[in-house]
Write a protein that binds this ligand. Structure first.
Ligand SMILES: [Zn+2]
Length: 388
């Protein structure tokens, strides 16, 4: 990172960030600098929309800064992304989130292509149609073809919006692995406390979900997991995101949805204030992204026809902003907390290329629409030309 001063404008800071990331990646990873004018060679084109292609979106864990990820000093924390995924990826150095920097509302914005303004801590659906609704309604896809695996009870409404033309019955099915585990271990929860912590932020108001029967039915009938096997396996896992990836694996094998959205959240333990836990979260998320990539290659339903998109929901505060506590929170709204990265790899994506122009969080949904061939009429963003 170049040294910066308090007088730098947000635009200058963003440009500096992008420049340093791009310059490093071009040399270290041997990647070419792409251009929006350059036609991509491994391009699938709009013709590849026959319904065979699958897309997996992975949000990289609840606020991650460049300096602990793709900036030169952070790369040691992400060996799987750097060594295995990046060389196969189109990498975008500058993804800007101009919305509210809370995890639920920001993830909802990523999923609707509109900067949502719903209360981050309330159990509310997004106000604009989600990518799952566009996908299912336009392509007439059944409910089992779009799924969300989400980290906490606060995400239970993310699958479908309150929009009157879409909404109930047209969204994604949402699995909350912690909720499954809570239902499965109605007694003896203490053994699983490290997997059940639901929210790292204050106010601490993620809704307590009721019920349990439906979750157990999901386990046994959809995921083909017995309650005992699930409980036994959960004991071997170290974090909520590991639990999510375990559920994702079952979901891919048993249901093989074509549109799968995985929200990671371990990194947000940074709110507790321990830098080592934050770094541990990043390292684990990096490892889990590597595992998911391998899983895609190993599953016949996914191998060779799946595009994966990985991106943080946003960054975290900079160390030199007096209004924040650096890595711990994301509340200043400074350039560092709003600017992050995105990588795309797999089917239809040009490999080993870096794109430096600024994109917005709201560009994801129209891009997914163009990839899979469905319309996304109410979005604010634009399809990313380099991916479609
Ligand atoms: Zn957070």
């Amino acid at each position: 990172m170049p040294p910066r001063t308090q007088s730098d404008s947000p635009r200058e800071l963003s440009e500096g960030l992008a420049r340093s990331r791009r310059d490093f990646l071009r040399t270290a990873a041997g990647m070419a600098l792409g251009s929006a004018l350059l036609p991509s060679s491994a391009h699938a084109g709009p013709g590849m929309t026959t319904g065979k292609r699958k897309v997996i979106v992975i949000t990289f864990g609840g606020g991650a800064r460049d300096q602990e990820t793709f900036a030169p000093e952070g790369q040691e924390n992400i060996p799987h992304l750097m060594g295995e995924l990046l060389p196969r990826s189109a990498f975008f150095t500058q993804l800007v989130n101009r919305g509210i920097l809370g995890h639920y509302v920001a993830t909802a914005s990523l999923a609707t292509g509109v900067y949502e303004t719903i209360n981050n801590f309330a159990s509310l659906p997004p106000e604009h149609p989600t990518v799952f609704e566009y996908y299912r309604k336009d392509l007439k896809r059944p409910s089992y073809d779009a799924w969300v695996v989400a980290p906490s009870n606060g995400f239970n409404r993310i699958g479908e919006s309150s929009n009157r033309s879409y909404g109930p019955g047209l969204g994604a099915r949402v699995i909350l692995p912690k909720h499954l585990l809570t239902a499965a271990v109605s007694e003896g929860r203490r053994d699983y406390d490290h997997l059940l912590r639901d929210n790292y932020e204050t106010p601490f108001s993620a809704p307590e979900l009721r019920g349990g029967e439906f979750e157990l039915q999901q386990l046994e009938e959809i995921l083909k997991l017995s309650v005992d096997d699930f409980k036994a396996h959960a004991r071997t896992l170290s974090s909520p995101d590991e639990l999510s990836v375990y559920i994702v694996r079952q979901l891919m094998r048993q249901v093989a949805p074509s549109l799968l959205w995985i929200t990671m959240h371990d990194i947000d333990i940074a709110h507790a204030g321990a830098y080592s836990l934050y770094i541990e979260g990043i390292r684990r998320t990096d490892r889990l992204c590597g595992e998911l990539w391998k899983l895609v290659q190993a599953e016949p339903e996914y191998a060779g026809k799946t595009t994966i998109v990985i991106l943080p929901d946003f960054g975290r505060d900079s160390d030199d902003d007096a209004g924040g506590n650096g890595f711990q929170h994301h509340r200043t709204g400074d350039a560092l907390s709003r600017t992050t990265w995105m990588l795309a790899l797999g089917a239809g994506v040009r490999e080993g290329v870096v794109y430096d122009r600024p994109l917005e969080s709201t560009d994801l949904v129209p891009t997914l629409g163009a990839m899979l061939g469905f319309s996304t009429s109410l979005v604010q963003g634009k399809p990313i030309a380099e991916l479609v």
